[in-house]
Design a protein around this ligand. Structure first.
Ligand SMILES: NC(=O)c1ccc[n+]([C@@H]2O[C@H](COP(=O)([O-])OP(=O)(O)OC[C@H]3O[C@@H](n4cnc5c(N)ncnc54)[C@H](OP(=O)(O)O)[C@@H]3O)[C@@H](O)[C@H]2O)c1
Length: 248
């Protein structure tokens, strides 16, 4: 049995005692408007990965919140780079989380949405082939689909050369996918920031220095800075910080 590392609220507050899943769910919530929430884990010095993977930065408390955020969303949006590199599997939720979703009028599972300009995707990858809900791929007008891809996913073509993310998100909302959770990676986060489409960032800061080498959690061309007020700070007994920044 895995040992749970207690998570406390450090700000605003402090609240009493370790937070249970019900309290954490309420703290993150779904909000009452369509929104795009981005979730990342980083080191103190801002690395996107340790030894090339995010797993080295993540621990049990981060995985716990990561799972709760998946439970709360209508669709899980991920860039093709991260899907390929991290070997994404089909989105699964345990029975407690599936029951929570049904009780709140949500589909049993969130829909996986992949952003890929090139359509360099493997239809046999478990994230696509074994998905409990037919995934959506946001892509460009001119990308050629590999054999088998349209058998496992819906293609939404928006934009020439690059995916027009605002148009893509509008199409997701037209399909009833209002609460979007983006799990990265950095190029997609950079493009979403540039297009001013990010409503919320949930950031786990692991208490370690990764040192030089790894990239940041955002990448791409420079653009204007965006204000994103702090909403809460959680801290774990092993020194991990979990920040939630969101627009009103
Ligand atoms: N620390 C964390 O929480 C975290 C989270 C996620 C990922 N990561 C790390 O990030 C690294 C992967 O990063 P990455 O450089 O591959 O970036 P990425 O953003 O994961 O993927 C970039 C790819 O996604 C597609 N894409 C993204 N934005 C697009 C847009 N606006 N239009 C069209 N296509 C778009 C393109 O795919 P196509 O090539 O198919 O066109 C592009 O090549 C890995 O090391 C991973 O471990 C860390």
């Amino acid at each position: 049995m895995s040992v749970r590392i207690p998570i406390h609220r450090a700000w605003p507050g402090p609240a009493d005692g370790p937070l249970d899943d019900e309290t954490l769910t309420a703290l993150y919530g779904r909000g009452d408007r369509p929104r795009l929430r981005v979730n990342f884990v980083t080191s103190i010095d801002g690395a996107v990965a340790l030894d090339d993977y995010s797993a080295g930065l993540s621990g049990e408390p981060d995985k716990r919140v990561f799972g709760l955020l998946r439970m709360l969303c209508d669709a899980l949006v991920v860039a093709a780079g991260t899907l390929r590199h991290e070997g994404y599997r089909a989105v699964r939720l345990d029975e407690t989380r599936r029951a929570w979703r049904r009780a709140h009028g949500l589909a049993t599972y969130p829909t996986l949405v992949v952003v890929s300009g090139s359509l360099r995707l493997d239809p046999a990858q478990a994230a696509l082939a074994d998905a409990p809900v037919r995934p959506v791929v946001l892509t460009t007008d001119d990308a050629t689909a590999p054999a088998g891809l349209t058998e496992v996913a819906d293609l939404v073509r928006c934009g020439t050369g690059r995916v027009d993310l605002a148009a893509g998100l509008a199409e997701l909302r037209r399909r009833g996918l209002h609460h979007l959770l983006c799990e990265g990676g950095p190029q997609l986060f950079g493009a979403l920031t540039a297009a001013d489409l990010v409503d919320e960032v949930c950031l786990t800061v692991a208490p370690l220095l990764a040192g030089p080498g790894a990239g940041r959690i955002t990448a791409g061309s420079a653009g204007p800075a965006r204000d994103l007020p702090l909403r809460h700070v959680l801290a774990t007994d092993d020194g991990v910080l979990m920040l939630r920044h969101a627009r009103d």
